[in-house]
Design a protein around this ligand. Sequence first.
Ligand code: C5P
Length: 411
Amino acid sequence: MSRRILLIIGGGIAAYKSLELIRLLKKRGVAVTPLLTKAGEEFVTPMSVSALAGEKAHDDLFSLTDETQMGHIELSRAADMIVVAPATADLMAKAACGMANDLASTVLLATDKPVLMAPAMNVRMWNHPATRRNHARLLEDGVRFIGPEEGEMACGEYGPGRMAEPETIAAEILDLLEAGRIMDVSALPEGPLSGRKVVITAGPTHEPIDPVRYIANRSSGKQGYALAEAARDMGARVILVSGPVNQPIPEGVEVIPVESAREMLEKVKAEMPADIAIFAAAVADWRVKTAASEKIKKGGKGAPVLELAQNPDILAKIAKMKKDRPAIVAGFAAETENLIANAKKKLAAKGADLIAANDVSPGTGVFGGDDTTLHLVTRDGVEDLPPMSKREAARALMERLAAMLPAGEWV
Ligand code: C5P
């Protein structure tokens, strides 16, 4: 796999950290094409940037030699992703408005590649309604963010605004490049969910007891992965927050791997707002209150006693969000008795819009199997689906959820 990023360095005191970022990325085998804004050149020189990158630093939209060697359109697509670090308030504003009056903004407008921004600015600038608006708009446009972090600023003020550390940004870039999490949204098929964002949880969670042992639920992740594929086939941009499973990463789906329930909640929250959220994960209800940092040894004072703590209910937390609640929230109810009555209770208690109830009594073969029988419970009633494969069930459920979406209210 080619591993190349285009690094746009904006004009901020944090620009010096981008030199370290280049060094770290190069060390890990990622090629860096540097691009400096005019203001960026006030903080770091094209010479130091290109010396570290081992490549020419681009900086002038109107350079005729550049346009004959590599035009700005080509430049915007020649890398696997574009990273903006530091992303200044000015660069964010330009990108949010679709302006193209210098090389950096033109490249950001012309690209069809994923964009990751690492903002850095004064805390008041970050909190200003204009930057809040630009940030929200860029998120809607599919731009990813890392940071800013909270801390003491170069100007002496305290708060969110510091650029994330180069190590953190480099790790995120590698994660995006390696985990198949970057994708070309324009390559998604046209369908009833085109332009919609769907977030799905899948698989079990692992709650550590010590570094080698964990508590988990039985779950293959099959249903969640099938849902992700069905939503993708209907044109949606799909984010699959997945616990540890043995499923191949579906093409055209962004997979965010997690281990524990609390990590799953954090990643799901970070993906809000979304049009549809479906909770298909078999989240462990409890975790060990304090996991041991070393492997617990056998022998000695007999079997250890584990004190458990309740995990957050991810579905309920998202369904009850005051701000940024997805238009449609759906969950599953795997039951061994009183299937429909329990599903109805869950619908109300968790604040979901739909609960897909399935009978997982021993002998049904639903756990780990390929088939399932779903009963779709909403506030309007119950629809019984016939037994079918998890793939077909995923398609039927996605179609039902797509039909429930209020028209026009896209995130
Ligand atoms: O309460 P119960 O675990 O039966 O609820 C099942 C539904 O709630 C599923 O959709 C599951 O993904 C979701 N859930 C969750 N977080 C939890 C427990 C369950 O999202 N901690």
